[in-house]
Design a protein around this ligand. Structure first.
Ligand SMILES: *Cc1c(COP(=O)(O)O)cnc(C)c1O
Length: 361
């Protein structure tokens, strides 16, 4: 058999998750975020599904947006970090990209550009994350200047980004919302604040546009379980197979650095997936995997191309048996926790080496 690894994609789940977003924010337009190669799922595959269902798409850079246009995606695409140099403005205007304005130089480039068409602008305000966006005290000035330049279309969107919306115990989201409301009050425009966490857990944050990314791929970004997240269905299921089996006596170690030692006579299955295939190297001993639908756990360090799994308690494991690393039946968040990371990183780091295979179209 060929090397069996697949990142299986359930596009029905993707469409379903978008409908979950719509239901939770019935009065908002949906900007579906497909940056970083569609969170590692494959930007073109994902955008083809979402462009008819969302009101617009969003990516991080003009290169990502051009990739989608080249693939025939005709939906509006917002550049979440705007342009990185003045020359990109002409391409943005030509290809119908929407741009973020989040600092003085981006605004000056826009004011001074000669463009074939005016562009649709999203003005980003920093209400507390302190990563990107103009200071609240300058919102009025930027707003006036965007209204004044012929290079910006008149229907401005003002937006901000949450730092802690995944944490319902944090007071920061409320504080950001209050500041956002106050500074937008005198500035007639469409408004946007919610990422997936905002959309799922902060109904006051939905405004005119919601900007879900992660939730569309079927996993909850929220720290704690939440009823609004239970309907989400994972889009990606990462699978591999058992390629070798052996019995290891008690006291023997398994894998690099001998980090796992058999406490009893053990049966070890070797699975042909490793950190070179997108499985996190920091996944610890005891991280769960599914073999034939049953849970077993990692025994020993993750290698580049393989992992080793303690299957002593599984009755019937054979070479060739299917292994699920995350996805349907095994929540990605659980694997992320064992690896000291978040699901966002697991999917976005999926390398080209692991084929994306659409199993449900
Ligand atoms: C990435 C991003 C989003 C989507 O965030 P999720 O947590 O994936 O929903 C929304 N807005 C901005 C500005 C982003 O950069």
């Amino acid at each position: 058999m060929a090397r069996p690894n697949q990142a299986r994609l359930d596009l029905g789940a993707l469409r379903h998750n978008l409908s979950v977003a719509r239901k939770l924010a019935p009065n908002s337009k949906v900007l579906a975020v497909v940056k970083a190669n569609g969170y590692g799922h494959g930007a073109v595959i994902i955008a083809r599904q979402l462009e008819a269902l969302a009101d617009a798409l969003a990516v991080a850079s003009i290169e990502e947006a051009v990739e989608l246009r080249d693939a025939g995606i005709s939906a509006p695409i917002l550049l979440l970090e705007g342009v990185f140099e003045a020359e990109e403005l002409g391409t943005a205007a030509q290809l119908g990209f929407w741009i973020t304005i989040d600092n003085e130089w981006q605004l000056r480039w826009l004011e001074e550009a000669v463009l074939p068409e005016p562009v649709h602008c999203w003005l980003k305000v920093d209400t507390g994350m302190h990563r990107l966006g103009i200071a609240p005290g300058r919102a009025q000035e930027f707003y006036q200047r965007l209204k004044a330049t012929d290079n910006a279309l008149d229907d401005l969107v003002i937006y901000t980004h949450f730092a802690s919306a995944d944490d319902l115990q944090s007071s920061q989201t409320k504080e950001q919302l209050e500041l956002f409301d106050a500074l937008c009050k005198p500035l007639p425009a469409q408004l946007s604040a919610a990422n997936s966490s905002g959309l799922l857990a902060w109904p006051d944050a939905c405004y005119d546009w919601v900007r879900p990314g992660y939730m569309l791929y079927g996993n909850s970004p929220l720290i704690e379980a939440h009823p609004n997240a239970t309907a989400l269905q994972p889009v990606m299921t990462l699978t591999s197979a058992v390629i070798s089996l052996r019995d290891v006596p008690a006291g023997e170690a398994v894998g690099y650095g001998a980090s796992w030692i058999a406490r009893r006579p053990s049966r070890i299955a070797t699975v042909t997936i490793g950190y070179g295939d997108g499985y996190p190297r920091l996944a610890a001993n005891d991280t769960p995997v599914l073999i034939n639908g049953q849970r077993a756990s990692l025994a020993g360090r993750v290698s580049m191309d393989m992992i080793t799994v303690d299957v002593t308690d599984l009755p019937d494991v054979h070479v060739g048996d299917e292994v699920v690393l995350w996805g349907r039946g095994l929540p990605m968040a659980e694997i992320a926790r064992h690896a000291g990371t978040i699901g966002y990183e697991l999917t976005t780091r999926m390398p080209a080496r692991t084929p994306r295979v659409v199993i449900i179209a």
